[in-house]
Design a protein around this ligand. Structure first.
Ligand code: 6U4
Ligand code: NA
Ligand code: NA
Length: 158
């Protein structure tokens, strides 16, 4: 049996740009990604998403302004855990992104996303997100660089 762990991942949009952060420590170090982390036992997923965003780049959102746009599952060959990642986006936010201990934030044009320096799955599913198509994606990794297999399903609601 795989032990499921819940994570959040938040993308802030402004005109034709998306806010990414360069992860400075821990899981996914040196990769650009959205903002997020583990859901704590005392909070809802939306509360966790807003909290992690604020802790990691000092941007504030109301949990109710976050739209659930995708559901991702990651498994790793030989490892007993499944990462269950809930993905959100919004263009309603307050504050200018600031560097923290965990992340260096930067705006990227939607057409200039730095896929070479991101999780390999991102280049597969970002096009769905950027087109506004909701989806469920499952990726099975060997180590952290190689996708052994994956599946993506478009969905209409979550
Ligand atoms: P701490 O212990 O505070 O450093 P925490 O911030 O709670 O950790 P973290 O940063 O380890 O959690 O969470 C991992 C983040 O990376 C979540 O936002 C989900 C995201 N993530 C994990 N695997 C991913 C993958 N393959 N592709 C992707 N995002 C991934 O795009
Ligand atoms: Na994090
Ligand atoms: Na965090």
């Amino acid at each position: 049996m795989l032990a499921k762990k819940l994570f959040t991942l938040v993308f802030i949009n402004k005109e034709d740009q998306i806010l990414l952060g360069l992860k400075k420590r821990g899981f996914g170090i040196n990769k650009w990604n959205g903002f997020g982390g583990k859901v704590e036992p005392n909070e809802t997923i939306l509360e966790a998403a807003a909290r992690e965003l604020n802790e990691e780049c000092c941007v504030s959102v109301k949990p109710s302004d976050l739209k659930n746009i995708a559901h991702l599952e990651f498994t790793f060959e030989g490892q007993p855990t499944l990462m269950d990642v809930r993905v959100f986006s919004t263009n309603v936010f307050e504050g200018n992104p600031k560097e923290t201990e965990e992340m260096l934030p930067k705006w990227f044009k939607n057409t200039e996303v730095p896929f070479d320096d991101m999780w390999p799955d991102d280049r597969i599913w970002f096009p769905y997100m950027l087109q506004g198509q909701k989806f469920f994606g499952k990726f099975h990794y060997e180590g952290f660089d190689k996708i052994l297999n994956y599946k993506i399903e478009e969905i209409d609601c979550m």
